[in-house]
Design a protein around this ligand. Structure first.
Ligand code: MN
Ligand code: MN
Length: 289
């Protein structure tokens, strides 16, 4: 009768949880639109729009053990946020699959390090319009515009690819070429289809443990307008759904970042919530089979 404002169907305690939802409300380096600190709660609110039963997977999310831990207190200093995220991840039970709700994309390097320190090396697939390969941006190396560059520096990284790319500085593209960084463009997805491009990305990610980071600006602004740095000519919501559908059984976790609710009429938060629920349902179905 009384709804808590947690993620819908997340009414389990931490001890028995199979899935754990964690909000990371940090937007201290936002460069165009700010406000992604309000992203986690907007996604939670939107999650109540959807049925508990997932028709596609035949899974009822109310039957699953999902725990919403709430938001970490991350402040405004990127170094403090990074340490807090790593400390918080160390407290999560190992069997529970984490779903991190951003916050801006600068949260992801700390997540990768935290998960890697906990259970070993992992490959990272980043869905993003942007390369995020800058050495620094706005006088900080911790900027959201440097997210992939910082991920690539992590000792725990076993493989990396990004997908949906359609923006970056000349220097970033040169650096990617010189360093053999695997990235796949939105145009490739448009021409070849998401399955063919994902096949090629997975060839670059020959690793047992895989993590998925979804910067919502990978989607075309027609589908996801409320993001920090919108970039036209992006992926469709079907494309991203398909990535989750294929990868969910083997993911050690995922994050969904860069939602800026003040620019939303609700559609971006709804899509983010739906993608998170798709991930849980797809993974649960795999476990049942
Ligand atoms: Mn990004
Ligand atoms: Mn981006």
């Amino acid at each position: 009768m009384f709804q808590r404002i947690g993620f819908a169907d997340a009414d389990s305690g931490l001890e028995e949880a199979e899935y754990v939802v964690v909000g990371l409300p940090f937007d201290g380096t936002a460069s165009f639109r700010s406000g992604s600190r309000d992203g986690p709660d907007a996604i939670r609110l939107a999650s109540f729009n959807f049925e508990s039963y997932d028709f596609q997977y035949g899974v009822d999310l109310s039957d699953l053990k999902i725990c919403d831990l709430g938001n970490m207190e991350l402040g405004a200093d990127p170094a403090y946020a990074e340490e807090t995220i790593k400390e918080g991840i160390a407290l999560l039970p190992e069997r529970a699959v984490p779903i991190f709700l951003g916050g801006e994309h600068s949260i992801t390097p700390a997540i990768v390090e935290g998960l890697g320190q906990r259970a070993g090396a992992l490959g990272v697939l980043v869905l993003d319009a942007h390369l995020d390969l800058r050495e620094e941006y706005g006088c900080t190396r911790a900027s959201h515009a440097c997210a992939s560059r910082r991920i690539l520096e992590k000792d725990v990284l076993a493989g990396y690819a990004s997908l949906g790319i359609r923006s970056g500085s000349r220097e970033e593209f040169v650096w990617a070429g010189e360093n053999g960084i695997s990235y796949f463009t939105a145009r490739q997805v448009r021409v070849e289809g998401i399955d063919a491009v994902l096949d090629r990305a997975m060839e670059k990610l020959q690793c047992e443990r895989l993590y998925l980071s979804i910067d919502l600006d990978v989607l075309d602004p027609a589908y996801a307008p409320a993001v920090g740095n919108p970039e036209p000519f992006g992926l469709s919501s079907w494309d991203v759904k398909r990535v989750i559908e294929r990868l969910a059984p083997r993911l050690v976790g995922l994050d969904i970042n860069e939602l800026t609710p003040a620019y939303d009429r609700g559609e971006t938060a709804l899509l983010a919530a739906r993608l998170a629920r798709d991930f849980i349902a797809a993974r649960a179905k795999h476990k049942i089979l």
